[in-house]
Design a protein around this ligand. Sequence first.
Ligand code: UD1
Length: 419
Amino acid sequence: MTKFIIKTSPCLTGKVSIGGCKNAILPILAASLLTSECCKIYSVPALSDVIALCSILEDIGIDVAFDEKKECILVQAKNIVTLKTDYQKASKMRASFLIMGALLSRCHEAIIPLPGGCPIGSRPVDLHLKGFAALGAQAEQSHGFIHIFAKELQGNKIYLDFPSVGATENIMIAATLAKGTTTIVNAAAEPEIIDLACFLKKMGAMISGEGSNTITITGVEKLYGAEYTVMPDRIEAGTFMIAAAITKGDVIVEKVREKDIKPILAKLSEANVKTQKLDENAFRIYTKEKLQPISLKTMPFPGFPTDMQAPFMSLLSTIKGMSVITETVFENRFIHAAELQRMGAKINIESRSAMIEGVDKLTGTQVKASDLRGGAGLILSALAAEGKTEISDIYHIERGYYHIEQKLKKIGADIEIKP
Ligand code: UD1
């Protein structure tokens, strides 16, 4: 089984360039099946989640391939040969549920497996389905699949009980070709929603309000092929910022956008990590004074991102004093804490809060990645831990970080992949 072998790596230094954002690429790939014309999507790292979604798209008859130079991905949905996605493939990745909105919009029908639970929570899809129902779709559940169909989608006002990222994206995608106007109230405002809206608008969609909590989509007759460069990955950027802080290093993180990472920069500064803006797209992260414990609460954007919770837990485990993390987005997102405790972290979990008492030293051992961001957190802890850490189940990490070991090595980390 492939593992990361990491040894203590003090003072990481150098420059890291951030890649395209996984959570923006996946909805954009799903949306590209709204047209029979070719879409060219730039800045797409060959992450395992991206490869997996491409494989699902291929199964439904879509031509999808990286160009020869691996600079962009070409998607053309000329002929859709089936309206059903495969359970084995779709269940590995929740974002595959976004194909429902796209197929419903283009073909008025889709048969998609219920995505089921995942380590970080039960993750229902009720809000997606509520949105589709408001657009006039009927859904039937049978044998673990949802069969959804509509004679015609009709725009409507949709109130989301929670600003779900996936539900907002799925409804936006479905509404682009619906008749009339759809308004999503209490919509998610994450930067990835704006990126999806920008791509859809390049395809000819009429959308306004993206980035606010009310998004309006006026349906159009037809969408067209488009070229688009995906936004940088704010979570990858935050992860490397913590790599700098936890190793007391000095790292320049390039190709980031300040507007996307404000909550991350705010919490790093509060912990006394220096975050120097070099220009619009580059930040120098270093430490000068003693780091401070902090409290943080995960929230929908512009609140602190839940995907940065595990990486911050790693950092806070090494800062003397008591820090508190409250997770409000997912009900079970502290699973990584048990592995961190095996490395010597002092973490006490009560309901949705984790009390973290910083220790002098974490110690390397054998640990397992429990999920994508929890796994990234373990890498960060391993960089600062005494001795050697072996991380198994790294396929979780490869879902969202492209060759993280190579990028870390470039800035001085002692990290190897062992097949
Ligand atoms: C996306 C991101 C994920 C991130 C999350 C929150 C992708 C591919 N994934 O996931 O990395 O952690 O946003 O920023 O973009 N919920 C319901 N009913 C629904 C849908 C969601 O109750 O129909 C709940 C979920 O259980 C969860 C909360 O809403 O507690 C947030 O989920 P959501 O924003 O939908 O996350 P995802 O889109 O799945």
